[in-house]
Design a protein around this ligand. Sequence first.
Ligand SMILES: Nc1nc2c(ncn2[C@@H]2O[C@H](COP(=O)(O)OP(=O)(O)O)[C@@H](O)[C@H]2O)c(=O)[nH]1
Ligand SMILES: [Mg+2]
Length: 292
Amino acid sequence: MSRSGFVALAGRPNVGKSTFVNAVVGEKVAIVSDRPQTTRRAIRGVHQSGETQIVLVDLPGVQRPRDALTARMARRVEQEVEGADASLLILNAQQGVGPGDRFIARTLAATGRPAAIAVNKVDRLARGPLLDVLEQAAALELEGDVFPISARTGAGIPELIEHLGALLPEGPFMFEAGTSSDQSPEVLVAELIREAAIRRTFQEVPHAVEVIVEEIEYERDLVRVRALIWVESQSQKGILIGARGAMIKAIGTAARKELQRALEARVHLDLSVRVRRDWRADDGLLDRLGIS
Ligand SMILES: Nc1nc2c(ncn2[C@@H]2O[C@H](COP(=O)(O)OP(=O)(O)O)[C@@H](O)[C@H]2O)c(=O)[nH]1
Ligand SMILES: [Mg+2]
């Protein structure tokens, strides 16, 4: 009998949830940066080995809501955790266990579902301090085995995946074999462009950026992409364009490289920057962006 189910990933911003999903799926389905709040939507990444299919649900980091966008992100995390078959709490080994982690652990424990705990970024820690963090993790108010891992190097991931598979119920696969994600090409393309933009900007700018893909045109060995980058103010627009267009050019070059890899074709990318005030507070707009 096969096993299949959803594992919700929970953890503070920046612990490496999206990096973990990409490592397990074996391709980039979720964008990654060292800016908190990079992940806005719940993204499903599918892992399959033998008779087991694990659907990892990559989620925004748990944090206090500040506007309609972050309120939606927090609600989405709650719903996905409630709806999953199991959960995985991810901790950052470099930071140890803090009050935020304890809060998330209690929330996961309250669902009554099976759980596991991953201590990520062990590549950054010596053995002594790592043992301390593993002990703190085991003492959390969440029942579940603790796994030291590195989403960057892949260390510890096979053991964790095997364990997660065993937590899932018996049943048929949820996704067709070979599927890696539930994202449409438009969303993936928009996310890869957003990643290129937020990696190069600082302070409030990364949070203010959204990317709208207006057109994807497939020609024989070429894909033409036309996309808008939204920001919330004229000064942010200036930052994104940069002196003599240097910044938007750098973003375009980096994004095009990622798109070519993802789409396995040559890509022509046409980017423009628009000011769209307060888009993060506009519920109708967030609906249309698929951030629910
Ligand atoms: N050294 C190291 N860095 C990592 C590891 N996993 C993730 N990172 C980095 O941590 C940052 C946040 O990663 P991300 O996956 O976006 O975190 P998320 O906010 O939890 O989804 C990025 O700069 C990653 O490259 C790891 O295992 N080791
Ligand atoms: Mg993320």
